[in-house]
Design a protein around this ligand. Structure first.
Ligand code: AMP
Ligand code: MG
Length: 356
């Protein structure tokens, strides 16, 4: 692991934007999926890719948001218990969410939606729900009860999803990762060799920087929004972070955050304060859920599961990913596969360890 001075953090923050007027660079900043998104692409195909990504992200939000009454997810949630014809995007994402949920022993579960709502995280009117409310809602949380019928043979995908009666889904823990999969596909389809895509806490870097050096992606210090615990030097990679600090409220002197443990209905309390999952670009022939969706689902899941189970899943080698974990007791754990690409912040008080 290399060491850096905080000075370098400023350089990461200036990884930023100018308009489409400049030759060979095209950038866009827009608000979607409840967060600010920034896309910068360089060279041939940049303008087409950037505009394609912003339209695609807006299209996905219109399909996948459960707070938009006219979205496909809202229609599906309203029809719980019935068999509903679904788009290829929604069907594939639900199927991927089920797979990642199984891999994470249920710690990631899109049917946690009614519990997330009970905490007020969809409306911003936060509250601690009564235990009786959680006891009523928790039996609805089981995404393996969602029936997904995917027609792999049809080009005009004939897909259906049936939620269990009373169930509803929330794709907030995976949709931005899928959007970054779609961005990766569009950059490749337009022949772009260098780009960065920031979708809230979800980063995808395409190729290297225009000067041929790796992109520098800061991992935020969960305790200080103006500081990084370290910098990842990456090319063709996703780096997706989940942290309780990203959305939370205080009540009665306690802080409650938005990542819910499906086992308890309460905000996860696993000893981790942030989880960053890093994985290589997909290079798939179709814009299907890939490593972006995986990193997003796993960052949420591993935040719930905690250090020991996160490391066990990494050790299993079933999925191709690396981790940067920040623990409540002030440690930063970096898995061996990425340690040489992680520069720690010399000035921080964290203790850094490599997991091998
Ligand atoms: P992320 O920021 O990717 O960690 O996702 C957090 C969001 O996913 C929350 O705002 C909820 O909408 C949703 N969510 C919360 N807890 C879970 C969970 N255990 N599994 C799946 N989605 C969740
Ligand atoms: Mg996530």
């Amino acid at each position: 692991m290399k060491r850096i001075l905080p000075l370098l953090c400023a350089a990461v923050l200036t990884l930023s934007l100018s308009g489409c007027g400049q030759p060979k660079e095209c950038s866009a900043e827009f608000f979607a999926m409840d967060t600010v998104m920034r896309v910068s692409a360089y060279g041939n195909g940049a303008a087409e890719a950037v505009s394609g990504i912003s339209s695609r992200v807006n299209e996905l939000e219109a399909l996948l948001s459960r707070t938009r009454a006219d979205s496909e997810v809202s229609a599906l949630n309203a029809a719980a218990g019935e068999r509903v014809k679904t788009s290829g995007d929604l069907t594939a994402l639900i199927a991927a969410a089920q797979e990642y949920s199984a891999a994470a022993n249920g710690a990631f579960d899109i049917t946690v939606a009614p519990v997330v709502s009970a905490w007020g995280f969809t409306t911003d009117t936060y509250q601690v729900p009564a235990q009786e409310t959680l006891d009523t809602l928790l039996p609805l949380v089981d995404c393996q009860r969602v029936l997904v019928e995917q027609d792999p043979d049809s080009s005009d995908m004939d897909d259906f999803v049936t939620l269990g009666s009373g169930q509803s889904i929330d794709l907030g823990g995976i949709a931005k990762g899928y959007a970054s999969d779609c961005a990766e596909y569009l950059l490749r389809a337009n022949g772009v060799k260098s780009a960065s895509v920031y979708l809230g806490g979800n980063v995808y870097v395409h190729g290297s920087k225009p000067d041929g050096t790796p992109w520098r992606v800061g991992v935020q210090d969960p305790a200080d929004p103006n500081s990084f615990i370290g910098i990842l030097s990456l090319a063709d990679s996703y780096a997706i972070t989940s942290g309780g600090y990203q959305r939370c409220f205080k009540e009665g002197g306690k802080t409650y955050h938005h990542i819910i443990d499906p086992a308890t209905g309460y905000p996860a309390d696993s000893g981790l304060v942030s989880v960053t999952v890093v994985a290589p670009a997909n290079r798939a022939e179709e814009p299907v859920p890939g490593h972006g969706a995986l990193c997003d689902a796993f960052s949420t899941a591993l935040f719930v599961l905690g250090e020991e189970q996160a490391v066990t899943l990494w050790h299993s080698g079933t999925y191709d990913f690396e981790l940067v974990l920040v623990t409540e007791d002030g440690r930063v754990l970096v898995t061996a596969g990425i340690a040489d690409r992680f520069e720690q912040n010399e000035e921080s008080a964290y203790r850094y360890e490599i997991i091998s």
